[in-house]
Design a binder for this molecule. Sequence first.
Ligand code: BGC
Length: 390
Amino acid sequence: MKKFLALLLALVMTLALAACGGSGNTPANNGGNSGNASDAGGNSGGEDTTEPAGEQVGAGKVIGIAMPTQSSERWINDGANMKAQLEALGYEVQLQYAEDDPQTQVSQVEGFVAQQVDCMVIAAIDGGPLVPVEEQAKAAGIPVIAYDRLLKDTDAVKYYASFDNEGVGTAIGQYIKDAKDLEAARAAGESYTIEFFMGSPDDNNAVLLHKGIMGVLEEYLNDGTLVCKTGRTSFDDTCILRWSQETAQQMCENYLSGYYADEPLDIACSAFDGFSYGIRSALESAGYTVGENWPLITGQDAELMAVKNIISGHQTMSIYKDTRLLAEKCVGMVNAVLSGTEPEINDTTTYNNNVLVVPSYLCTPIPVDKDNYEEIIVEGGYYTADQLAG
Ligand code: BGC
């Protein structure tokens, strides 16, 4: 009976979360600009915790969340949303950031095992060094959920909550194809120059993203409609360790001075908003001007600064990934593993981690640019018009 009541309560809470679009824990609330993990829950987390603690599904249970870094707004939002949504269900949350240092993250996860948390959610920096501690978690009976980035080479992972990562790349490639009308360019024998700035080699998402981009653009590179003057189109040649903005800027500076001294760069195919900020700086230093010779610049995450850059013309598009929704799906997985039920899953074939195919929920990424940001981002409550104007 007690179990039935707990399940009923979980269902009611889940429906309540769905009804209010992810419990109102929006980046619009936390602004995505808090540098402090413990503050990052913003003002929204506490509002939903109105149930008496004893009746809450998460009461008495501790969830360890390992996030990669606070240097990028998206992860601050992810951590804040997860924390707020779990706390609203009565869970105690330990939220840790490892500032892109894999060993720090290993130590944090070891700490979760030592404390015997009830469940762990990991957004890995580099999955490799985490494998042994994931096995320790499994041995200790602590379920592990992979958040946004797949945990590879382990059977300890139960579920995976992410976005359609190849779909992110497809959307970026498709955007370039449509915006530059590559079919018309091909028919007219015209061409555009393009350079690629891809994600971290230790992040499975980055590999899939590149695959998605090439699925659309490869044919235009092959027939000369797109010209990559550095010749760097493969993932290995364009990946940027730990998604470093500084490295992207340096790469872009080198490309512009070495290969684009006489001919402008038309397209910067960037896999991450952080890269796009670095690319912007490199272009400004090289004398590029918005409205004159500024290239098409892509991005990912629709960070606040990126959307501002889209409005001002310094970035062309980004991929909006609703971290509220991702958190909601992941919280559903936490509830399920702790109550012995099945969470919502929509993919059971794609994410083979070399040991098992991890049952996944993949959210849909949405391309945003100056034509649709108001509808998607502002009306969707992700950022307020004030935040974007500020
Ligand atoms: C995420 C992206 C993010 C990138 C850099 C990837 O794993 O899927 O959304 O832009 O990491 O933080």
